[in-house]
Design a protein around this ligand. Sequence first.
Ligand SMILES: [Zn+2]
Length: 285
Amino acid sequence: MDWPQQAPFAAAITFDMDADSLIHAADPEGWKRPYAISMGQYGPTVGVPRILETYRRLGLRQTFFIPGWCVKTYPRAVEAILEGGHEIGCHGWIHENPAARTLSEQGEDLDRALEAIAAFSGYRPRGYRAPVYLLTNDTPSLIADRGFTYDSSMMADDEPYALDLDGRSLIEIPTHWGIDDWPPFAHYAEIGYMMPVRGPSEGLAPFFEEFEAARRDGGLWHAVWHPFLTGRRARWQVVERWLETALTSGAWFATLGEIADHAEGLRRAGRLRTLPFPAYSERQT
Ligand SMILES: [Zn+2]
């Protein structure tokens, strides 16, 4: 792909600040689980300040996806993110599974989340990432109706592409499980997620291999990290050391909003791959 400023490739770190929304969404008794709550709270109270300090020192502006409930519950972390000039994207209301919600409930969840974010000087997010990537066939229309310009929940390509929504379009900035830090770092039996936790360098090595692959292809490298996982001390020290070198690579480090704007320009010039939304109209047998 072509990138602004003749950059040879592009890069973005996204952090999903889920905090303890996960345990509340997954378990009606979640409010009685202090260990799980404390693990999530590490994100907004320790991970985010640490990450923001690195970004400040290195002059980086990046994207954070935050459930509306977390915006309301951890306003200081959100204030600090916005003060640093970073982008906030919508990540559902309380990390609910959109596929378990009715159409009208999905709309209500989005509106509640947008309202919580708007409390910060009327901030209006332009990007959406579905909790656990579980968007539904209705999600693209629901977010396009609310003025979002991009989604980052699907996996159909390495590079950004356009989603054709019957006359409307949405930019998709795709992800995949190989650029997500849950597989190497999350052990969370209470929500049924049990992975062998990798050491910091071992767990982060695949992300850096992905970065080299994007450099070779002139593509987009994109990470989906979580402050309570990759924001932990030893892991973040590995990231910090790597970032200092990565920033000399010539990559265009940008927010997903900036990448979506660039992709939209390519789309209008007929230079962006366009794919139909991947939903069947009936059960396949
Ligand atoms: Zn999440």
